[in-house]
Ligand binder design. Sequence first.
Ligand code: FE2
Length: 423
Amino acid sequence: MTDCLNAVINARLQGRDGLYSLAIENGRFGAITSQSAELKALHNQLDAAGNLVTPAFVEPHIHLDAAMTAGEPRWNQSGTLFEGIECWGERKATLTRDDVIGRAEQTLRLFAAHGIQYVRTHVDVTDPQLTALQAMLEVKERVSGYVDLQIVAFPQEGIWSFRNGRELMEEAVRLGADVVGGIPHFEHTRDDGVASVRWLVELAQRHDLLVDVHCDEIDDPGSRFLEVLAAEALKLDYGSRVTASHTCAMGSYNDAYCSRLFRLLKMSGLRFLCMPTESLHLQGRFDGYPKRRGLTRVPELLDAGLKVAFGQDSIRDPWYPMGNGNMLRTLDSGLHACHMLGMNWIDRSLELITDNGAAALHLQQYGIAEGLPARCVVLQGQTPYEVLLNQRPVVASVRDGQILVQRAAEDPMAALNNTLVSV
Ligand code: FE2
């Protein structure tokens, strides 16, 4: 454990010109003051060296119970969501507490190294023993020094369509899950999907919990559970606590339906999570050419004033064999896939891995402002554009005034010059 910092100096902040000093007192931000010139670091000060400083990154949607299991017991060769669920069903039968804890912590350390300090993980509760859930509740305590972990009771094989599905969800809530999940597009019938959404929102409200539903993760334009989720959230005035994850089918809806749908979405205030690398990989699998991207309507949702964040979804699991924990890679992929490389989008893009993720997680103490916990990352670049160009890892991650991560800044041109032999 290092000494507590008393300031981050020479910091650039989004939306503000010039350099700033961020005072830190007892692990919280103090005064944020403009600097007239670059400062030399004193004892217990972190020098941001003119780089952008943002709130710590948020990973709003990951499956830690399945992380690092790609190829076990077999590879998902078709690359479909449904073969992934089959492979996972086989691997799930061999889960143990130590197995889950080991892989989850390995993944969270990887995340921490990339400046992530807030994580929401889905945990499969379609398991009569609830092995993964019980292990993840332990993980939450074990990692609390470097990450805030929210746990979603996630019914991977359905609530209505899995034996004792409702009882398992209720038991997961009783054991300590923070968020109620769902998967209506995987239930056996549309009616079952609708019933599951109404039931799970009511369950969450009864226990004062958040909601995060895997919603319409399919290219089927007839998959319309999002409207059910939004209508329920609106009816119960619960929208800011309800997240719709994926909503891939929105990429296949017709515009007339979407115009009606967006009216409801704006009224409901739902949060949205898009997992670009995962959906690019899993969706479009039943298309010939042209192939759909299988992503929700990210810029349109943002233009409508709704909160949208990006997540990784998987790290080397039966659904997606890649992933390295770097949210800048996910952000870069999402901006490409969503046609968001206009500078207006690039300038505000970091909100997709910071503030909007915090909104989905319903975090009440997030951001860089006096009085908030001193949690931030120092990026490599002075602007979001520079940060995205090279996607270099954070040079520092600060949590409650303590340095969690610190590495030397990379100079990509110097590295290049050292590599080129005879050019
Ligand atoms: Fe997911």
